[in-house]
Design a protein around this ligand. Structure first.
Ligand SMILES: Cc1cc2nc3c(=O)[nH]c(=O)nc-3n(C[C@H](O)[C@H](O)[C@H](O)COP(=O)(O)O)c2cc1C
Length: 363
């Protein structure tokens, strides 16, 4: 029987919320707000939280808490929630990530996970003095990073001789609590991102998209993974606007876009477009994003989880039917809306999932 679809939320550890808009947002990037949000989320049925890594401000996001540090703080404030810490190869080496996360895993009863992000923002790399690799080279490095991470976490006397990383007879102690190792997520949409997922990642995270766009990626990844004898789960980004009526929800979207921070969206847009076009096939994240799409910086409006609780629940179950395992959600007013989602949307999703199982059993 298929597993219930899972829910994650974006940790707003970056100032300015999840939309690049001057609309009022009662979301804060500060730690007290984030601790309370994590507690609300775990009570509301969210299984995961995803922290972001940024070293410099993009799209008007002036301040950013570091991802591993805030992930640990949120784990310390919760009991069940798993927190996925974003890590960027380059600034992080596999040995540092392996060691940090193994310790956190020990302290938190096995609730840390990692999102390996491959980098898209050249200006950020230049600012922090990190060499900038070509698009597919970034993924080649990320793949070595993941292979090394898994080796360190699961083997004693680990040796590895790659183009980017080397290990000789290395034994990490203590190892993480989770067996065989903490879950490894990755982000991206390009062919290189999909190929990497089909070989080494436990989870593939992608930007918001239409059902057809998401299905094409899932079909590609799962076909390649089957050839590789690997299995990979899929999480899709969505900016969720759930309101009692569809009109109210659509009005919120219209206001977010009408109040878009033009300068910040255009600045981000040109960087993102370079990133989107950077993959040899031109299929990367943001390759086809419009101005409106870019107001949510991971194309979250495109997934269309905007409407009444029932409309949203039905669309989530339709995404599950094409193979989506997890919805990664962003909200305008996080604390209030995560609670609303847990109360009004999630029970409907579970009801529809049960109905699907029952109808399959009858058929
Ligand atoms: C859900 C998700 C989360 C991401 N989080 C981060 C992040 O925290 N920091 C970052 O620099 N990049 C992040 N990225 C960017 C990706 O790692 C990748 O560099 C980008 O999507 C470009 O990929 P592509 O051109 O290969 O499709 C994220 C991407 C996705 C889909």
């Amino acid at each position: 029987m298929s597993q219930p679809i899972k829910f994650a939320y974006w940790v707003p550890n970056v100032s300015g919320g999840l939309v690049v808009s001057k609309i009022e947002q009662r979301t804060s990037w500060d730690i007290d707000y984030n601790r309370k949000l994590a507690q609300i989320a775990e009570r509301s049925g969210f299984e995961y939280a995803l922290s972001q890594i940024r070293f410099t401000a993009g799209y008007g996001a002036e301040n950013q808490h570091e991802s591993v540090t805030i992930s640990h703080a949120l784990l310390a404030a919760t009991e069940k929630l798993k927190v996925i810490a974003a890590i960027l190869p380059g600034p992080w080496t596999p040995v540092l990530a392996a060691k940090q996360l193994a310790s956190i895993d020990q302290y938190t009863n096995g609730r840390i996970a990692i999102n390996v992000v491959s980098g898209w923002f050249k200006g950020e790399f230049r600012a922090i003095g990190e060499p900038w690799l070509d698009h597919d080279e970034r993924y080649r490095r990320s793949e070595e990073f993941i292979r090394a991470l898994k080796g360190i976490w699961t083997q004693d006397n680990f040796s590895f001789h790659g183009d980017f990383y080397r290990f000789n007879d290395y034994t990490l102690k203590p190892k993480p609590l989770q067996q065989p190792h903490p879950e490894i997520f990755q982000g991206g949409s390009s062919r290189a991102a999909r190929d990497m997922a089909s070989r080494v990642s436990d989870w593939y995270f992608t930007n918001g998209n239409s059902v057809e766009g998401i299905k094409a990626q899932i079909d590609d990844i799962r076909a390649k993974a089957a050839v590789n004898g690997h299995s990979v789960k899929v999480g899709v980004n969505a900016f969720i606007i759930a309101r009692d009526t569809e009109e109210e929800a659509r009005a919120v979207l219209a206001e977010i876009i009408a109040k878009a921070d033009l300068e910040a969206v255009n600045g981000f847009g040109s960087e993102a477009k370079n990133a989107g076009a950077a993959s040899p096939e031109g299929e990367g994240n943001w390759a086809t994003s419009t101005f409106e799409d870019l107001v949510q910086y991971n194309d979250g409006f495109k997934t269309n989880l905007i409407g009444t609780p029932r409309q949203i629940a039905e669309r989530i179950v339709a995404l599950k039917a094409i193979g989506v395992d997890l919805i990664l959600s962003g909200f305008l007013h996080f604390q209030e809306e995560v609670e609303y989602f847990g109360k009004h949307v999630l029970p409907l999703v579970r009801e529809l999932e049960r109905e699907t199982v029952a109808s399959l059993a009858v058929a």
